[in-house]
Design a protein. Structure first.
Length: 371
């Protein structure tokens, strides 16, 4: 039989928002899902490609197991190692959007690798819907202490960590933590969960942070093993120079449109040499258009294409080529963040061209094995 060998361990972030839940019904209206914002989006400037309409997967519902199987098949064919499911736990027993992953874990299907990313941030009215009131807190992120962290480890994390499909680095389950705002509590969470993992027969946990303005050493001191930098837009804005930034600000004020950058500008400015370091995981971003969620307050990356995305993938591969195989990690941001225009799933405009370009760059060779 033939097996596929890849140049990188590409892990795609996966949003579980595509099914109704009681809280979303209450906050945004009956039947609200990510598709609600996608379908009502409209062009905000000349040449603005909105709405983005899904291709072969359609306006899916993640409660349907055939959809989850089809997603895994497409991802695997493109050379993506697995999904990182966003995990919305707010402290205590409060979780949201947990059903898709819960069913993946309980049914054993799809038989496709996964890991978890703790999206530890509060929800505000405007998080998912551009018509919401931005300052209204819907649900807060709470840190309730060691006993709560221990309970959540046993209830939600350990069963996932022990699944044979769970993605590992250095023989440890990989876990992303999104926000570092409450550093003392984050450090306590990390030490608690790492200790419990070892007590339960694991080698530990490979913790990954989302790097903001913190230094690499500050993040490592919290107990993280690695990090990725989601600062591509900030870098573009800073590196444009004062005059370009002032003109952009004036244009936004006069025409009341979203902030726009080209895909080339984003790619040219999203990387620095720190990506060569073992502790830094480079990212790839196929496209971005936050206007379905944020309207004129959003950020839109223009002039993206599958071909330009392929160049970005090539660039990211250079950063990992001298790392050992276990650490040849690249995060794909994202698999299905349709409300941010940040997805690689097929759509009507490009079909599965982005997936095909990723496969061309990531697949190293077809290795023949013994039948």
């Amino acid at each position: 039989m033939n097996s596929t060998k890849c140049k990188a361990r590409v892990i795609a972030f996966y949003l579980p928002q595509f099914h109704p839940i009681p809280e979303n019904d209450e906050w945004w209206g009956k039947g609200f899902t990510e598709w609600t914002s996608v379908m009502k989006s409209k062009p905000l400037f000349r040449g603005h490609n909105q709405p983005n309409i899904p291709g072969e997967l359609g306006f899916y519902d993640l409660r349907v197991h055939e959809t989850r199987e089809a997603q895994a098949r497409l991802a695997k064919e493109a050379g993506i190692e697995g999904f990182c499911y966003w995990h919305y736990w707010f402290g205590g027993n409060k979780r949201l959007l947990e059903r898709p992953f819960k069913e993946v874990l309980e049914t054993g299907k799809p038989d496709y690798p996964f890991c978890l990313g703790w999206a530890n941030h509060p929800w505000y009215q405007k998080l998912w819907d551009s018509n919401g009131k931005g300052d209204k807190l819907l649900i807060d992120q709470q840190y309730l202490g060691v006993i709560d962290y221990e309970n959540h480890f046993y209830e939600a994390l350990l069963p996932a960590f022990k699944d044979k499909r769970y993605i590992q680095v250095e023989g440890k389950p990989l876990l992303v933590i999104y926000s570092l705002k409450n550093k003392d509590e984050i450090s306590l969470v990390i030490s608690t969960w790492r200790k419990l993992a070892i007590q339960n027969g694991l080698k530990g946990i490979f913790f990954v942070a989302v790097k903001g303005q913190e230094t690499k050493q500050e993040i490592l001191n919290l107990g993280f093993n690695s990090m990725y930098q989601l600062n591509c837009f900030l870098n573009v804005h800073i590196k444009q120079g004062y005059i370009k930034r002032a003109l952009l600000k004036l244009k936004i004020k006069l025409f009341k449109g979203p902030r726009r950058y080209t895909f080339k500008d984003m790619t040219d400015n999203m990387y620095d040499d720190s990506n060569y370091e073992k502790e830094i995981i480079p990212i790839i971003v196929p496209r971005w258009d936050h206007s379905p969620r944020s309207g004129n307050a959003g950020i839109v990356i223009t002039k993206s294409s599958p071909e330009l995305f392929a160049k970005q993938v090539k660039q990211s591969l250079k950063f990992i080529e001298n790392k050992d195989d276990d650490h040849k990690l690249i995060f794909l941001v994202s698999w299905n963040e349709w409300g941010e225009g940040n997805y690689i799933e097929p759509d009507l405009k490009y079909g599965n061209s982005y997936l095909k370009e990723l496969r061309k760059e990531i697949i190293f060779s077809q290795v023949k094995g013994n039948d």
